[in-house]
Ligand binder design. Structure first.
Ligand code: TYM
Length: 334
């Protein structure tokens, strides 16, 4: 039975503390998919070093991210949870795929264009090359589906192009993966500037909520969230702040937009905002408690990432060897 399940691959960078954007756009969705698919969820630490990381913090965040996956409900018995740098095939496949990816393609990546603005003359080559590593991650596992938020769509399209190019040049080697973008929560916006994606790197900390923010901080940030002077809870492009809060509430509680509109009809924003905050507190508090417990048990986390690395190494090596053979490298052993 296991063999016939479709494969999912996804990952998150341990490059800072996670926001509810990462949770609602990715992790919460993964939890729903874990029974139906054979899932690989990776802590992508190789991606994180495309910008400078403090070594001690990187170690802490890597473990915390693994703990968040588990605390959010991803069952380590059913899924493969692992740390990217434990599986050398990712770096190696990325090098190979580099030679089948064009400079122009990478230059068109909007995330690169945005991020590189921040670094002036010191843009790491890794930041430019990062989508190729992401393609390697996905293609090594022959993933059918890649559940991500909207911001990763362009990288996925590039992954498909690279896979198709390699398959055409040699012979079918990679499954060409599809993106899986949730209907709700795929793009949570900044609470202070709802024209921008919520991101941990925003200048104003009131713009984002972290998965590990305390209840009081969550309440404060939601109460300060920008709305408008219309005073009506409506899912409309004219009201981007309210629309964003509605999408948070809907993703957390499962309520539809029309139910939310009905519930708050004629009421202004105070009660609505209060309910958004309480829904988030209720959702996140048990996760936070579990994360803190898990982080006290490093030995347990180690058993999870070791088992994950073993399985991931086995599967990724198979694809890597296939790639090497097709390219024309001499195998060291048959
Ligand atoms: P990263 O670490 O920036 O984000 C992790 C996941 O969170 C989603 N996300 C959001 N979703 C909704 N609203 C937001 N405001 C928001 N912010 C982030 C992202 O879409 C993503 O799903 N390159 C990837 C990591 C990666 C990866 C992979 C993903 C590396 N290899 C292979 C899938 C498959 C990244 O930087 O995501």
């Amino acid at each position: 039975m296991e063999e016939s399940k479709k494969i999912i691959f996804s990952g998150i960078q341990p490059s800072g503390e996670l926001t509810i954007g990462n949770y609602l756009g990715a992790i919460k969705n993964w939890v729903k998919l874990q029974d139906e698919f054979d899932c690989f969820f990776c802590v992508v630490d190789l991606h994180a070093i495309t910008v400078r990381q403090e070594p001690k913090l990187l170690r802490q965040r890597t473990l915390e991210l693994l703990a968040i996956y588990i605390a959010a409900g991803i069952d380590p018995e059913k899924n493969t949870l692992f740390i990217q740098s434990h599986v050398p095939a990712h770096s190696e496949a990325a090098w190979l795929l580099n030679c089948y990816t064009y400079f122009g393609e990478l230059g068109r990546m909007t995330q690169f264009k945005d991020k590189s603005k921040r670094f002036g003359d010191n843009i790491a080559a890794g930041l430019f090359d990062y989508p190729v590593l992401m393609a390697a991650d996905i293609l090594l596992y022959q993933a059918d589906l890649v559940p991500v938020g909207v911001d990763q769509k362009q990288h996925l399209e590039l992954t498909r192009d690279i896979a198709e190019r390699f398959n055409k040049l040699y012979s079918p080697t990679f499954k060409v993966p599809d993106g899986y973008i949730p209907e709700n929560g795929a793009k949570i916006m900044d609470l202070q500037d709802p024209s921008k994606k919520m991101s941990k790197s925003a200048d104003n900390a009131n713009g984002f909520i972290l998965i590990m923010d305390s209840p009081d901080v969550i309440r404060k940030k939601i109460s300060r969230a920008v709305t408008d002077s219309l005073g009506a809870v409506k899912f409309s492009d004219e009201q981007p702040g309210v629309k964003n809060l509605m999408s948070i509430l809907s993703t957390v509680t499962g309520m539809s937009y029309s139910d939310i509109e009905k519930k708050y009809e004629g009421q202004g924003y105070a009660g609505f905002k209060n309910d958004v905050a309480e829904a988030l507190v209720e959702e996140l508090t048990p996760i936070q408690n579990r994360v803190n417990e898990l982080l006290k048990d490093k030995a347990y986390l180690e058993t999870i990432y070791k088992a994950g690395a073993e399985k991931a190494n086995y599967i990724s090596q198979k694809t890597l060897r296939k790639m090497q053979k097709k390219i024309g490298f001499i195998p060291l052993s048959k």
